[in-house]
Design a binder for this molecule. Sequence first.
Ligand code: DX5
Ligand code: ZN
Length: 226
Amino acid sequence: MNMKAKRINRLSPSILAADFNILGEQIAKVAEAGAEFLHFDVMDGVFVPSISFGMPVLKSIRSKTDLFLDVHLMVTEPIRYIKEFADSGADLITVHYEACKDVKATLKAIHDAGKKAGLSIKPATPVSVIEEFLGDVDLVLIMSVEPGFGGQKFLPDALSRISETRALFEKTGKSPLLEVDGGITLQNVAEVLAAGADTIVAGSAVFRGDIIKQVKDFEKILKKRA
Ligand code: DX5
Ligand code: ZN
């Protein structure tokens, strides 16, 4: 992609904040409101303290939606599960730098499974660690909260980390998507975009309250800032 090309921004609503009793209905609303991605947070109780959901839930969602399924694995040694998540319908699989013994092999396993590959770093991990992997990823995910729970407050340090990541893309001539996850709201999303993000994860700010209205309100800001 030409670096001067107009950036396209997108929202990836995180179902971690959904009402699982009516998950299908809520996903349909997100799609109806114009979202194209859906963010799927997998937690293993080891890499992060909590446990969320896994392959059977993903498979069930895949059977009913055309949304781009953006799977965020907060899992130790995720290479063990790449094939299963790919077969369950993920379009993109993001793994954590901190969770992999061999990051390159893990990213390769994702591509070998025919899926797009993402690499994420936690708030305390230096942005510079991603440089050597920029040729191997389709997306970089900068965490703006400590991974593990929805509904946390955005860490303001994330803004300079996003700019640093964008500068690294420019320096190396690489242009994966730049996703940011955690504590993003309608009030702070403009700053996150201005810092250089193009893919915005939002859980509570989409699923708590009027889902259709909130997705549309996000989309308006995302388009304006493109
Ligand atoms: C946190 C998860 C996030 C979470 C974001 O570990 O990776 O995707 O769902 O939720 P909010 O938008 O509520 O911070
Ligand atoms: Zn996530």
